[in-house]
Design a protein around this ligand. Structure first.
Ligand code: ADP
Length: 242
């Protein structure tokens, strides 16, 4: 995190031309893979992620099965070609941690008790990383799980806010994440107004934190509407990008 890069002008215009409260351009598509029970593709700015859901299916080996509910397994993985410098395909500590964080963000929305002794796998493949990958991964995973027919309390929608050049801004890109002062990814069940993930890297005052949560809610409202549009497009039979 450094101060030397001018990330935002006095008038509040960011390097990529966005205002402080604007998301990057977002595209979502549901039902992009044939060998899965659910799948989704998301682009958020230059971040590109593919999510595949398999299951619910019988848990193997049998001893991992839980009598009263399905096990949710999530794997967050960055492709070797997803970053500027080749990333080792072996799972890093960061990927192991993000897999867990993403699982915990999704789990509260799912009625896992409807599928005892089974396992549901969620594969999150980051094809191109430009910050916000955990958030975009959660947003896409949630619509892939919906396509798989897993009953849900609500979708889960996520986006980060952060602080750059002293201003609280929505949906950081990689330059803002790298050179900014703070990064705070948040996931919510929007209709239930419940937060399922909140992390903070860096420092924010209490007022900035409140400002951040309000900005996130604005972004999540827009993303939630795109998620529902993508699901409608899938189930109306029209495979159109939204
Ligand atoms: P998130 O992608 O959820 O914002 P981080 O804050 O950990 O997660 O990472 C921010 C960004 O930094 C990533 O989206 C990616 O663009 C970049 N990044 C993360 N890990 C690596 C890596 N191993 N090599 C190159 N870039 C990386």
């Amino acid at each position: 995190m450094s101060e030397s890069v001018v990330l935002i002008t006095q008038d509040g215009v960011r390097l990529d031309g966005r205002r402080i409260d604007e998301l990057r351009p977002v595209k979502m598509q549901v039902g992009v893979l044939k060998n899965c029970s659910g799948s989704a593709y998301i682009e958020q700015g230059k971040t590109k992620i593919l999510v595949a859901v398999q299951g619910p299916r019988e848990a193997h080996p049998k001893h991992i099965a839980l009598p009263g509910r399905a096990i949710l397994r999530t794997r967050y993985h960055m492709a070797p070609f997803s970053t500027d410098e080749r990333k080792s395909p072996a799972p890093s500590r960061r990927e192991v941690e993000l897999s867990k964080v993403i699982r915990e963000a999704l789990e509260p929305a799912l009625f896992l008790e409807e599928y005892p002794k089974t396992v549901i796998d969620v594969f999150i493949e980051v094809l191109q990383a430009d910050a916000g990958t955990r958030s975009a991964g959660i947003t896409a995973a949630s619509i892939a799980l919906a396509e798989a027919g897993i009953p849900m309390r609500d979708l889960v929608t996520a986006v980060a806010v952060g602080k750059v050049g002293g201003k609280v801004v929505l949906d950081l890109n990689e330059a803002e994440d790298e050179h900014g002062e703070a990064d705070m990814p948040i996931a919510m069940m929007p209709s239930l107004n419940k937060i399922t993930l909140l992390q903070l890297n860096g420092r924010l005052t209490r007022q900035e934190l409140e400002e951040g949560v309000n900005l996130v809610k604005k972004g999540i409202k827009e993303l939630y509407s795109l998620q529902k549009q993508a699901l409608r497009a899938r189930f109306s039979g029209a495979q159109v990008e939204v």
